[in-house]
Design a protein around this ligand. Structure first.
Ligand code: SF4
Ligand code: SF4
Length: 85
């Protein structure tokens, strides 16, 4: 499952540089996660790095994007294949 950022986000900026997939960016009001890029950090880390650093615990799983670990792994492989070198 991709993760999502709720409106409890305080725009502290700490999660954005931690994402190995560059899936986090500042939206109109708060930070947002691109569900097409978030792998729950599968392929890079054992745990979601954004969740680890978020001081207000506002990054739950996104129910709009249910994905099992195998699907997240495939997404990681796709992202890696298309990443700029
Ligand atoms: S879980 Fe990992 S890949 Fe997904 S947004 Fe957070 S840091 Fe990025
Ligand atoms: S770490 Fe949490 S509070 Fe800070 S910008 Fe990211 S989602 Fe928002």
């Amino acid at each position: 499952m991709a993760l999502m950022i709720t409106d409890e986000c305080i725009n502290c900026d700490v999660c954005e540089p931690e994402c190995p997939n560059q899936a986090i960016a500042l939206g109109l009001e708060i930070y947002q996660i691109d569900p097409h890029k978030c792998t729950e950090c599968v392929g890079h880390f054992d745990t979601p790095q954004c969740v680890q650093v978020c001081p207000v615990a506002c990054i739950p799983a996104d129910p709009q994007h249910p994905e099992d670990r195998a699907t997240l792994w495939q997404k990681f492989q796709r992202l890696r294949a298309t990443a700029p070198t």
